[in-house]
Design a protein. Structure first.
Length: 269
């Protein structure tokens, strides 16, 4: 299996991070507004839209929907991926869904221009992109009801990606010489380590004790011991997409930091 396929899947899984919003500042805890929550999600939508658009089509929002980019800088290092017809079709569908998500969010809030996004191969190598849609999904769980339709779409994306990978569990990913199962498990461990909030991510195969009802080891849909989607706070999501394990230190996919009041509150504290 080509490495770029795994890379595409990785980013899809980050975008699926649900977030239960709770801002932790300098010893204080404050509840963000609905607008703040929706705007925080905009960061992930920009990331996913550009990743999928470039991967499938070779160009991004500046061509497809320039008004949604808001004059923000073009992504760094984004490029067309060498995909099979089936995978290109899937990623194209995801790409246009993300454009729709952006459009819907910008109808609800003013939003902000596309932030600086680093989509170079080296960035994926450091963070293991397979996390994007999944991170996005966990970020939406339990958040504003206005985002629930987006949550459903993102859950569907995550399910498609994980099913596609599950069918290839024993295929070795070159040049890493790891199977797809081993690859996804290691990425999940990395996401949990960066998120620093316990186990909220699982690979495609788990010990039976962690499987659904403690009866299976297959894990197409990652969920907690009640088979419900995991959630993540904005701080946990930032730790992961920054690749630094610290919401106060930008890097990774957002070299200058994410935008919006919630993300900026960590950069300023």
């Amino acid at each position: 299996m080509a490495v770029h396929h795994i890379r595409i899947i990785s980013v899809l899984l980050i975008a699926s991070l649900p977030f239960t919003i709770a801002i932790e500042g300098k010893g204080n805890s404050s509840e963000p507004s609905d607008a703040d929550r929706i705007e925080f999600a905009l960061n992930l939508e920009y990331l996913e839209a550009e990743f999928f658009l470039y991967g499938a089509l070779g160009y991004g929002l500046d061509v497809v929907a320039p008004e949604l980019a808001g004059g923000g800088p073009a992504p760094i290092g984004a490029q067309l991926a060498a995909l099979s017809p089936l995978v290109r079709d899937l990623i194209s569908q995801f790409a246009y869904q993300e454009v729709g998500h952006l459009r819907a969010i910008k109808k609800e809030v003013k939003g902000f221009p596309r932030p600086v996004l680093d989509l170079r191969v080296g960035t994926f190598a450091r963070i293991m992109a397979y996390v994007i849609p999944y991170v996005g999904l966990t970020g939406y769980v339990g958040t504003n009801p206005q985002l629930q339709n987006t949550t459903s779409k993102r859950s569907g994306q995550d399910a498609v990606i994980r099913t596609w990978l599950y069918e290839r569990l024993e295929v070795r990913v070159m040049p890493y010489r790891l199977t797809v199962a081993e690859f996804t498990n290691r990425i999940s461990v990395l996401r949990d380590r960066l998120g620093n909030a316990g186990v909220k991510d699982e690979g495609l195969v788990v010990p039976m004790a962690l499987g659904a009802e403690g009866r299976v080891v297959g894990n197409v849909l990652a969920a907690n011991n009640a088979s419900l989607s995991y959630d993540r706070t904005p701080e946990e999501i930032l730790r992961i997409v920054y690749g630094t394990g610290d919401a106060h230190i930008p890097g990774g996919f957002f070299p200058n930091g994410a935008s919006g009041a919630i993300a900026k509150s960590f950069l300023q504290s």
